[in-house]
Design a protein around this ligand. Structure first.
Ligand SMILES: Cc1ncc(COP(=O)(O)O)c(C=O)c1O
Length: 388
């Protein structure tokens, strides 16, 4: 049976179906009411009581000693990396991770880490303990880099919302710790992984020193993430958050929406089911899609720019991700929206849109170097990668 949705708001028939991200949701009436009624205080001077309630609840869910609210997942990740890394340290992360590809290089730029992407040798979005051991290496000559951190991501966004199971996660984290590395987990969609696996979120954080989770992805909060770890870590994290401009005053107004958002975790199963229906419908229409494990569907296409334009024109909003088309299901969609999206997308036009058996060779950039350089910051082509 297909799930029912909270989102029965009347939408004009011509409205686009927005599948760009699970962050496009509107706060519910219940969230807005909770925000209006929130008990608040100055969180920079002392602590805001509603933010504190949210932090304590999330710490409990993640099996951590404490947690700290941050305005965004990117800031939560950056704070953790700044706490773990000494400038010039190398850090490992599965290829395509959000910290590597979609946070403007802040891991290097601000936290001083040298990124070392690891191929997905454990399946899409996943790495093996052996790969971690190999990449961590041992103590080298004095002029070699120290590798001090492993940064994991569950679910892995760019790989298509793939899930790492508790035993796989624990084995990789244990290998990192044995090699002397700290472990940070980017759990922007850890809730999705937990629901897909039918385990509590805390089962997926074993061996991690720090964890970042988002309330604005799939859970419907307008803003807010948390970064969790030991009491010493959150004390330092609070200093770093202030340094980055993320100390807010009466943040309970925002945290109140986050507390309501947490009540939606179990309903992520509905988003996953809609992603499955969407993927099945696309495959029936000839599109190349893998079975989604959570709420992300990736379509392999021959002509990315052309397909993105065609979807947009047909009234289905999607995003590019790692050379593919990404569609995300979320809290504001109904079953009818999925049917409408499938009708609008329609069948693949074989010659133009199907994935060729061999990828076409990419042409080297042409034109004199100086010309390319002058295009520089101001004339740069718009980024093609979706960051959310
Ligand atoms: C895996 C992952 N980590 C971190 C983030 C960053 O979150 P934010 O957009 O709140 O900065 C995202 C955003 O979508 C994400 O997908």
């Amino acid at each position: 049976m297909r799930p029912t949705s909270r989102a029965r708001r009347a939408k004009p028939e011509s409205a686009p179906v927005d599948l760009r991200s699970d962050t496009v949701t509107q706060p519910t009436k219940q969230m807005r009411a909770a925000m209006a009624a929130a008990e608040v205080g100055d969180d920079v001077l002392d602590r805001d009581p509603t933010m504190r309630a949210l932090e304590e609840r999330v710490a409990g869910l993640l099996g951590a000693a404490d947690a700290l609210w941050t305005p965004s997942g990117s800031m939560g990740n950056l704070i953790a990396l700044m706490a773990h890394l000494t400038r010039g340290d190398a850090f490992l992360a599965p290829a395509g991770s959000h910290v590597l590809e979609a946070e403007l290089g802040t891991a290097a730029w601000l936290a001083g880490g040298m990124p070392r992407p690891l191929e997905h040798d454990g399946g899409p979005g996943k790495i093996t303990p052996d790969a971690v051991r190999r990449a961590a290496g041992g103590p080298g000559a004095y002029y070699t880099m120290r590798t001090s951190l492993l940064c994991l991501e569950n679910t892995h966004n760019a790989a298509g919302g793939t899930v790492t199971a508790p035993e796989e996660h624990a084995a990789v984290a244990a290998a990192a710790r044995a090699a002397g590395l700290s472990v940070h987990l980017d759990g922007a969609r850890l809730w999705h992984a937990a629901v897909a696996l039918g385990v509590p979120p805390g089962a997926l954080t074993v061996g991690a020193d720090t964890v970042q989770v988002c309330l604005s992805k799939g859970l419907g909060a307008p803003v807010g993430s948390l970064v969790a770890g030991s009491a010493e870590f959150t004390e330092e994290a609070r200093r770093l958050r202030k340094m980055l401009g993320g100390g807010v005053r009466q943040g309970g107004v925002l945290a109140a929406a986050g507390l309501v958002a947490l009540d939606r975790v179990d309903r992520l199963a509905e988003d996953h089911e809609r992603a499955r229906v969407l993927a099945e419908g696309l495959r029936e229409r000839g599109w190349q899609v893998a079975d989604p494990e959570t709420n992300i569907v990736l379509i392999g296409v021959a002509d990315l720019a052309g397909t993105l334009a065609r979807f947009e024109e047909s009234g289905v909003r999607v995003a590019p991700m790692g050379g593919k088309v990404r569609l995300m299901t979320h809290a504001d969609l109904t079953d009818d929206d999925i049917d409408t999206a499938l009708d609008r997308i329609g069948p693949v036009e074989r010659e133009r849109e199907a994935v060729p058996p061999h990828p076409a060779p990419t042409a080297p950039p042409t034109g004199p170097r100086s010309l390319r350089r002058t295009a520089g910051a101001a004339g740069r082509a718009p980024a093609r990668r979706a960051g959310r």
